[in-house]
Write a new protein. Structure first.
Lengths: 334, 334
């Protein structure tokens, strides 16, 4: 492999962060190569294009006043990146060797090849943790009223004045449940233990709401559905099991939100030398996309446990491309 | 004024950051009120909708594969914010009294009234500094080949293989000129003194380029134009004056980029108690939108001297709305 084979910039991931990085990098003549990944099941579906490929209606990405389907939006992002000359590869990056001496980084690809690059942007996202029920994943994929993001989906008309359930017991679950109290008739918080992990403030804030109710010592063992007027499958109820008595019961709901955390997609980076925070997200320098390794940048949900929105991920992707361009330029490589 | 008059959230500014904050806040039932500002000249045009109102083709905001006109894009953002129940006021906020004891903040409005709010998001943006020539501002407004942002506009087809000029001598001017060397036949850097303020690295990086040439001790005293095939006015040349000899000369160019800095729109915040960085931008906590004053958030170019893109501003607007919602919720106010 000679130096002509070294790419200026490789982008790993194809959600809003990855494509936005590609748009900016391609316009800056960095000839970016995007590894979009291959579809898998883990246990929920993971698709090139990221979490939005599983989102029916995106109403909060600015620029689409009437909303847009997630897959359609991601197709537009990709098209825009391709228009400016992005190269796209339908493979996974399976392992990385990041250099510490300014020489190119090496990435090992799922087709058995490897590629070298002066700069690498990691935009592999995160995946919501799911209960792992077949009915849950089926309804989540089909827009049937099961979701892992209340801020994304909670305000949709289908959930207005319906009873809704949230599964979880941490701060995020409290926040999601609290958000839903604005729209739901009642919000049931389903928790497998008899106490929350969430902070006291978050709990008090939620339990002060008239339409929030906690169901302790319960797990969801099945999601029950009906067929609506349009012939689509929608959630009707959840089947609960008491973790103490083992008793089962049905709870009628119009929506189910799983809030048991997210897992950033960083498994392939385990031996990379990158720094991670306690929750496993990539640690970034203050207000930049730079990681602890020169020439390695991160953008989107893989480095953001707080906001996790399409538009924040896109903004971070732009930052990563501009940071990479700046650094490559300073080294005379762009 | 009783407590019912206190707004949950006021957003000041109507660029990508302001509207995105409004979209998220409205969906979270924070009933946001957006003060969009009134048009003014200072010396370049300042319009509700921000700098994009002066941008003909936006090619790098993800989601528009074929590009979009700046004003059209901003109209879509506004429409989306209105759809979810944002209240819009066509006035400026002229002065603020931020409270430090948890009581509502007070904003003084250009119509002589005042408004109180538990949370305030500042998204007033920044304006490019211009030379102040009538011909320069006219061509900048009409898409005639004069711009204050190379990253935004430099890759447009109209500039390909043309000689281009950059005015300035700081790091940004070097960076913009360097960016343009990828597209231009020659990039002339026009500087009024005989040395740059820019860092040595940045200068060296630029001057290593074959197609970069510095014109020392020169100022642009007029922008000369022609009429193209479509009847539109386009730049043809700049009229230079030597700052030592006073001699005038014409330089033929297909584009002119003014890179003499930006000024964040913070004049109305002078006595607010907010913390600013050395360049006058609002100082934010690491990776959040929170300022040093509780309940006051900033988003977009008013708090970002580095990236300054529509998509980064939009991302920050989303963060500000989510931060405000989180904090209001924790105080039992949302």
């Amino acid at each position: 492999m000679n130096d002509n084979d070294v790419k200026k910039l490789v982008i790993i991931g194809s959600g809003p962060a990855g494509w936005t990085a590609a748009i900016y990098a391609a316009r800056a003549s960095l000839d970016p190569v995007v590894y979009v990944g291959v579809p898998k099941q883990d246990p929920g579906p993971i698709l090139p294009g990221g979490q939005l490929m599983l989102t029916t209606d995106v109403e909060n990405y600015p620029g689409f006043p009437d909303g847009v389907a997630g897959p359609e939006m991601m197709a537009g992002f990709q098209q825009q990146a391709e228009r400016f000359g992005t190269q796209i590869v339908g493979e996974d990056v399976e392992r990385v060797e990041f250099s510490r001496d300014g020489s190119p980084h090496t990435l090992h690809i799922s087709d058995g090849t490897s590629v070298r690059a002066h700069a690498v942007i990691i935009a592999t996202g995160a995946t919501a943790n799911w209960l792992g029920l077949e009915s849950e994943l089926r309804l989540a994929t089909a827009g049937g009223g099961v979701s892992a993001c209340a801020v994304c989906d909670g305000a949709l008309p289908m959930f207005r004045d319906q009873p809704m359930a949230v599964v979880g017991g941490g701060d995020t679950a409290m926040e999601e449940a609290n958000y839903l109290t604005k729209f739901a008739s009642t919000v049931y918080i389903i928790h497998r233990r008899d106490a929350f992990r969430a902070s006291k403030t978050m709990q008090e804030r939620l339990l002060a709401k008239d339409n929030a109710e906690v169901l302790w010592n319960k797990t969801v063992v099945d999601v029950l559905s009906r067929t609506d007027d349009m012939g689509a499958e929608k959630i009707r109820a959840v089947l609960l099991e008491d973790t103490v008595t083992g008793e089962q019961s049905e709870l009628e709901v119009g929506g189910l939100f799983i809030a048991i955390g997210h897992t950033p997609a960083t498994r392939f980076l385990r031996e990379s030398g990158l720094e991670f925070d306690d929750a496993g997200y990539i640690e970034l320098g203050s207000r930049s996309s730079r990681t602890n390794i020169a020439g390695v940048y991160a953008a989107g949900d893989v480095a953001d446990a707080t906001y996790r929105q399409a538009v924040t991920a896109a903004g971070m992707g732009c930052q990563a491309a501009l940071d990479a361009e700046h650094d490559l330029g300073a080294r005379g490589l762009a």
